[in-house]
Design a protein around this ligand. Sequence first.
Ligand code: 13P
Length: 296
Amino acid sequence: MARKYHTRLVNAKGMVDKAHQNKYAVGHFNINNLEWTKALLEVAQATNTPIILGVSEGANKYMGGFKFVEAMVTNLLDSLNITVPVALHLDHGQSVESCKAAIDAGFSSVMYDGSHHPFEENYKNTQEVIAYANAHEVSVEAEIGTIGGEEDGVIGAGEIGDPAEAKKMVDLGVSFLAAGIGNIHGPYPKGWKGLNFEALEKIQAASQIGMVLHGGSGIPQDQVIKAISLGISKVNVNTELQIAFAAATRKYIEEGKDKPENGKGFDPRKLLHPGYEAIKETFSELTGWFGCKGKA
Ligand code: 13P
């Protein structure tokens, strides 16, 4: 059997259960590179906040694979002396094999996203992931319904989750559950109808466990807070950090700070610094909304 995850990482179930009991949500922030990871770990530590670092399959491939990502994160935990709870989570694992590979590399949490399969297949594959994850004390997120998002240039609204399917997933032993409730990955389009609170209430009543709000970027604060009061205990954010990083980098370049005639501002350690600071600011603001700030 493969090794269990690094002792400085934690399984995300404890964090999410605690948030669910106390009606706040833990932030899941996607990482894309070293700057992202370092900024998030440092700001989580500085604000005494638990954090889930999400890694999509695309970002994993970009960064060099599960083993590299696990090594980067766990080495930073050591060298930065991070003591707040940190979970390393595979975001939207598309296959059982992908979840197993992340677990083998030492991830402490995985999402199996079988939402594009018929429910029976989603259920069966989730069951297989749970069996493997349990043997490694790794938490498992599953998804019912679908989260909206862009596909071939068209922004789909997603499919609302079915409470009966939520109950089946809970009985299977999932740690926390993502459901389509009108949420969309990426920027929200004009005319978006907002979150479907009625659906959220029904799914929460059926599941009674911490639920996950995907597409956490760009949802108005009052809707985020209401969703948390109705059972959302983990909020996933990716796009908002990307936009903040890009805007800060753009400002630096537009001010000409990277031009050789203006000094050494072209050094990547300087060029990427404003984006790194912007990630910290965005984390600080959003964790204030989620109620997890200072809850380590
Ligand atoms: P956003 O990119 O819309 O914040 O969504 C992130 C997400 O849900 C990752 O699973």
